[in-house]
Design a protein. Structure first.
Length: 402
């Protein structure tokens, strides 16, 4: 089977990209031919299909002038993306297209290219962009559901990048896509990584029969579980919605327990300043880790903490911890309770409650038998419920169905 994987970036930037690459690898291992389609970018992984990628636009910062106008136009509809994908489809003749995040850098124009050539479409939903212009549902340090009812509410409160211009543009592009029903018409079937995500889609107008819940997977080969450890760990990007400040405050309550924070992002300076202000000398920032260093971080951790203060759609980082036999303490919010089984593979705590988090950390640190029990159970779940083969079977059932 020839499968086009479509995503705005073609490098492991965030969770959606990691999922896309892991799925592409899994499909290739089963003999399928995977063709990528994305935006050109200096960090892209080399591919013989790079010539078909669309030109780069910058969306991280609000800007005016020619580049800003190019970005704005791309958010609505890209004739370049439609033309480039049409050419790629003509030469590769795919059996199916699997889409991930396409919204601003590629635009829904790619759906028209696929529809004209009658390519069946499946989309994994990685954020809330299908139901709200503020695709994280998080703004100014708190959960923000304004855009769910009225997309224009985000303008008044500057919910996108704390910018009126960015909020107007994003709300306009969202309204444009809704008016033409691009995603409702253009996607044959949606894959939701969690029940929470499926329920959000259904409650905002998407047909339940077109949505299937398929959790992400983890390949545990090469991940040797370790039942011991030296510190409490956090792994992930340092954004406000990740709630790392909650972990820093909890760490200040348990000064004798080492806490290591692995990751980078715009919130790093604020988090370092917070740790200094609280006198949390037990907190160490170790930067973004990859490869062997990332594996070593997991192996030497006592547990992993996922302190998110927004609606996580899945929480794939939990599976990484399970692969190394580590228990997880996570916020009782979004889809995290579907992945972290309270008092079985770790503990849940009220999102934002650093006092409760500190108590949960202390309880696990002082109970090595419980850590081992939770960690072993997590590893078993990773090997079975979240195994690659199980995921492959579910994905192929969807592919055959469309």
């Amino acid at each position: 089977m020839v499968i086009i994987q479509i995503n705005k970036y073609y490098f492991p930037w965030r969770g959606a990209e990691v999922v896309m690459f892991e799925l592409s690898k899994l499909l290739a291992e089963h003999g399928h031919h995977v063709v990528p389609f994305a935006m050109r970018h200096p960090s892209n992984v080399p591919t013989p299909y790079a010539h078909a990628f669309v030109s780069e636009v910058q969306t991280e910062k609000v800007s005016f002038g020619y580049q800003g106008l190019r970005t704005a136009a791309r958010m609505f509809y890209s004739f370049e993306a439609r033309k480039k994908l049409s050419g790629l489809v003509k030469t590769t003749k795919p059996d199916i297209a699997h889409l991930h995040n396409i919204y601003h850098q590629l635009s829904p124009s790619v759906l028209d290219a696929l529809r004209v050539r009658r390519v069946p479409t499946v989309m994994t939903v990685h954020d809330y962009a299908l139901i709200a212009p503020n695709y994280t549902l998080f703004d100014h340090g708190a959960i923000c559901e304004r855009g769910l009812k009225n997309s224009w509410d985000i303008v008044k409160h500057r919910c996108v990048k704390n910018s009126t211009a960015a909020s107007i543009l994003t709300a306009s592009a969202f309204a444009f896509a809704k008016a033409f029903h691009f995603y409702e018409r253009g996607i044959d079937h949606f894959i939701a990584p969690s029940v929470f995500m499926k329920e959000m889609l259904v409650s905002h107008g998407f047909l339940e029969k077109k949505i299937t819940v398929i959790p992400h997977f983890i390949d545990v080969r090469g991940s040797v579980p370790s039942w011991e450890g030296e510190y409490v760990g956090y792994m992930g990007q340092l954004y406000a919605e990740k709630g790392v400040d909650v972990l820093v405050r909890a760490a200040a309550r348990v000064p004798d327990i080492p806490v290591k924070i692995a990751g980078s992002g715009p919130d790093e300076a604020r988090l370092r300043a917070l740790a200094d202000a609280l006198g949390a000398r037990n907190v160490e920032f170790v930067g973004r880790l990859g490869g062997v260093a990332r594996d070593r971080f997991y192996r030497h951790a006592l547990m992993l903490v996922v302190p998110s203060v927004f609606y996580e759609i899945f929480g794939r980082i939990v599976l990484e911890a399970y692969a190394f036999g580590k228990p997880v303490i996570a916020s009782h919010l979004g889809a995290l309770p579907e992945v972290v089984y309270d008092a079985k593979t770790g503990y849940l705590f009220k999102a934002g409650d650093d006092g409760e988090l500190a108590e949960r950390i202390k309880a696990l640190v002082n109970d090595p038998e419980k850590r081992r029990e939770f960690g072993a159970r997590g590893r078993l779940y990773a090997e079975t419920e979240y195994a690659p083969e199980r995921h492959y079977e579910r994905i192929m059932e969807i592919y055959r169905g469309v």
